[in-house]
Ligand binder design. Structure first.
Ligand SMILES: [Cu+2]
Length: 113
């Protein structure tokens, strides 16, 4: 009887371990997916600059990492982004990431001259 309890306890802990392991693996997978999805390289052309609102209107090419086709859309930018050298017609490269609210914003904006 004692042995049986021990065996059951072992089985239970093995099961618990297995579940924990799966959860950890899934968690890691999700982190990797999130990282892959949240840093997507893109390029495009500036269509408009709103320095006060820290926004850019950008016509970007397809961004496969986000499954986005090319389109024109407004973006916020990271706080460190320097918009002073950008104007309509400026070609740029950037990374698309998300802000604290989950909105897509541009970071690491580089002019392509
Ligand atoms: Cu878009």
């Amino acid at each position: 009887m004692r042995q049986m309890k021990f065996a059951m306890a072992l089985a239970a802990s093995a099961l618990a371990f297995g579940v924990t392991k799966v959860a950890a693996t899934e968690g890691a997978g999700r982190v990797l997916l999130a990282q892959a999805a949240e840093k997507a390289a893109g390029e495009g052309v500036v269509k408009g600059v709103e320095p006060k609102e820290r926004k850019l209107l950008v016509t970007h090419g397809p961004i496969p990492a986000l499954k986005w086709p090319g389109m024109t859309m407004p973006f916020g930018v990271t706080p460190d982004a320097d918009l002073s050298s950008l104007k309509p017609g400026t070609k740029i490269k950037f990374n698309v990431t998300r802000d604290a609210n989950g909105l897509y914003i541009l970071e690491d904006i580089r002019r392509v001259d």
